[in-house]
Design a protein around this ligand. Structure first.
Ligand code: SDX
Length: 380
């Protein structure tokens, strides 16, 4: 009798959640009942993080208290800066991100507790520190000194400030904030599942987030935004997009980065918003090349997928690539930026996991040999 195998856990519900829901047929995403399209326009990353960690949006008083409670955590311990200085300057910044989280666990005297108060404290600390160590590594690898955080700025503004040492414009801060809100949470995506699976052993929160960082880095997941930019750079101009896409589609198992999703069968609502942001930035900056190449890629993919009767649409990573390019970020920082946002969703899931834990321990269907006779080493 053949057993059912859910390769890639496709279609498997591993648990219940109150945090977010994706309707892949309608192209809808809600965070605790609120539509992402509304949140992206109207709520800050701090408000959304509060929402993900609590039952509802904060009142003004709750938001002020929450924002204030993040600020003491902005600054990095000296050991983290030291570790970042020790890293090879040409290493992928996601190695720096993952290592920084792991080191933060090592220097936290209270790392082990998985009670909700302690996980909440770790959540505040990591959410506040992700922008700090991503920015610090970026400066260190360019031979610059890290910039101390400015407690007057919000997470988005502080991140930009710590990268450049200059107060960012309101417009740049707002674009950054929208990108953070859009990337904050997305259900049981690969890295969130990894975080929950690791937490399900009742190991510490830092271990779970370190593993999540490793998962996010992959090109099939959060690494796709950098892969999209790499492709656009390689293609070089709008007239070469078609050949590039056709080449990939004509090669066995070829995947065009930034397209497709396990859950969405229509356009990812986050991609719709980022497409608009990318369009606006292209008009404001006068540098429309990346946006136009992206549009052409979308056009060719739509045409080719329609021929095959498939729905393979741009995902969140597709238009974020041109957005980050126009904001001036180096390509290999795109995935760390994703992590700066996703830490809020990962932590929300850790609260749920630790609060009602069940060890994740699936099975596999064994297809290897059976009944072999052991031969002594000398006889093999
Ligand atoms: C993210 O899950 C999340 O929530 C993730 C995320 C989040 O917020 O956390 O939304 C962020 O990770 C977005 C995804 C980023 N990855 C990429 O852009 C990489 C390129 N995309 C694919 O490799 C792929 O679409 C996945 C990995 C995203 C989804 O893979 P699935 O569900 O395993 O689907 P599949 O690869 O088996 O494809 C199914 C069919 C294929 O047809 P068959 O070979 O089965 O006949 O769709 C086609 C493919 O032909 N297809 C693609 C394609 N993606 C799917 N064809 C060409 N290019 C693609 N990108």
């Amino acid at each position: 009798m053949s057993e059912t195998i859910y390769q890639g856990l496709a279609g498997v519900n591993v648990d219940r959640t109150q945090i977010s829901h994706i309707d892949g047929l309608k192209g809808e995403l809600i965070y605790r009942g609120y539509d992402i399209r509304e949140l992206a326009n109207k709520a800050s990353f701090e408000e959304v993080t509060y929402l993900l960690w609590n039952d509802d949006l904060p009142t003004q008083e709750q938001l002020s208290a929450f924002s204030e409670s993040l600020k003491p955590h902005y600054k990095l311990p000296a050991e983290i800066i030291e570790v970042l200085r020790l890293m090879p300057k040409d290493t992928h910044p996601m190695h720096a991100v993952r290592t920084a989280v792991s080191m933060l666990g090592a220097v936290d005297a209270d790392a082990e507790g998985v009670d909700l108060d302690n996980i909440h404290r770790i959540g505040l600390s990591l959410t506040a520190k992700f922008p700090s160590f991503v920015a610090a590594f970026e400066r260190i690898r360019n031979g610059l000194e890290p910039v101390n955080p400015d407690p007057e700025l919000n997470i988005a503004g502080n991140f930009l400030y710590m990268l450049t040492g200059e107060k960012p414009t309101e417009a740049a801060t707002n674009v950054m904030d929208v990108a953070l809100v859009l990337h904050a949470e997305h259900g049981s995506n690969a890295s969130t599942f990894v975080a929950r699976a690791v937490a399900s052993t009742l190991t510490d929160g830092y271990s779970a987030i370190t593993a999540a960082c490793g998962s996010l880095k992959g090109p099939l997941h959060g690494g796709a935004n950098a892969a999209v930019m790499g492709a656009l750079e390689k293609i070089g101009s709008v007239d070469k997009v078609e050949d590039y896409v056709m080449n990939i589609l004509n090669s066995p198992g070829g995947r065009v980065m930034g397209f497709g999703h396990r859950v969405y069968r229509v356009l990812d609502p986050r991609a719709i918003i980022l497409k608009e942001v990318s369009h606006n930035l292209a008009e404001e900056s006068g540098d429309s090349k990346w946006f136009e190449m992206s549009l052409e890629m979308e056009r060719v993919m739509d045409r080719e997928m329609a021929k095959k009767g498939k729905q393979v649409k741009p995902n969140v990573d597709f238009f974020s690539a041109s957005v980050y390019r126009m904001l001036g970020f180096p390509t290999d920082m795109y995935t760390p930026i994703f992590a700066v946002a996703r830490i809020s969703g990962w932590m929300a899931h850790l609260y749920e996991q630790y609060a009602d834990n069940k060890l994740m321990r699936p099975r596999m269907v064994y297809e290897g040999p059976v009944g072999r006779s052991f031969k002594a080493l000398a006889d093999r």
